[in-house]
Design a protein around this ligand. Structure first.
Ligand code: GUN
Length: 289
């Protein structure tokens, strides 16, 4: 039997914990509410949808948010200026620059310009490097969401073989670091596969845990997994079906249902976990202020 790993339910439990912490450590002590800044550039439909959900989640938790929405023709210099303003604004505890950025913008230059103390995405090399070395830092929200959904469902990853599909800085790379680190939860044996890996199913068939973040709708099918494997689907793809636009993941849900032991649904799996982990990082940034 396949069990659903319900990200909506767990995210709402964690939301209550965050609200309680804000009440006890901030409101009762008459401190200023946590404040998240978001810089969004352009009109990418998915990015706008993600950002709107992040803002909504902030409202639900009592975290303040400020959105700076820049046009797609904004220059790199103007974007760097906005980041400088966020870095220097004492009322902003942490902020993110929504990715991907427009082609004329140097993404690395942008991420490097974010103050690591306010980098609640955990993408700055200082935070990413600290994470890789097992030091305290902000961990990228999706990776943290994956670790948390496994941990809170009492799924032990130690000694298990995790196969990751995709090596992005947002998902694949940080998940590989956190799952293989030498503390609990961690100690998983990790294989990263990507677009240049021949015969991906050779690896997925051996996996105890599969993390898929490829952006290819329905990529993982029943014949690619072993009986009882745990499947974490990070894909959020919009497709047209019967004239309706629907969201589907990178896993062919109906194909693997029954063969996997656990699976995250899309929507309602890793998405809400990612959003809540961003709020958790923002709260941590506010408490460090
Ligand atoms: N685009 C997709 N996911 C993310 C994320 O977690 N953070 C940022 N900044 N951009 C993203």
């Amino acid at each position: 039997m396949t069990k659903l790993l319900d990200g909506n339910k767990l995210a709402s439990e964690i939301k209550k914990e965050i609200c309680k912490e804000i009440e006890e450590k901030i409101i009762k002590k008459k401190k200023r509410l946590p404040h998240l800044g978001i810089i969004l550039m352009g009109d990418n439909f998915s990015s706008k949808t993600y950002v709107n959900s992040k803002i909504k989640e902030c409202k639900n938790t009592g975290i303040k948010s400020t959105l700076i929405h820049l046009s797609s023709s904004t220059s790199e210099r103007e974007l760097l200026e906005k980041i400088k303003e966020m870095n220097n604004n004492p009322l902003i505890d942490g902020f993110i620059v929504q990715l991907p950025l427009e082609k004329h913008i140097d993404q690395e230059k942008i991420i490097l310009s974010i103050d690591p103390k306010k980098d609640v995405d955990g993408f700055h090399p200082e935070n990413f490097g600290k994470m890789a070395l097992g030091m305290k830092s902000f961990f990228p929200a999706t990776a943290l969401g994956i670790l948390t959904i496994l941990d809170r469902n009492k799924i032990n990853i130690s000694g298990k073989h995790t196969v990751i599909l995709g090596r992005s800085r947002i998902v694949g790379s940080p998940v590989s670091i956190l799952m293989s680190r030498k503390i609990d939860p961690g100690n998983s044996t990790v294989t990263i596969t990507h677009s240049k890996t021949p015969n991906i199913e050779f690896f997925t068939k051996q996996a105890d845990i599969i993390v898929v973040a490829l952006g290819i709708p329905g990529f993982i099918k029943s014949n690619m997994i072993k009986e009882g494997s745990i499947i974490l689907d990070v894909g959020i793809n919009t497709i047209k079906k019967n004239k309706k636009t629907i969201l589907i993941g990178d896993v062919d849900f109906h194909s693997v249902y029954g063969k996997a032991s656990y699976i995250t649904p899309v929507p309602g799996g890793i998405g809400p976990m990612t959003r809540i982990m961003l709020l958790k990082n923002t709260l941590i940034a506010a408490l460090k202020r």
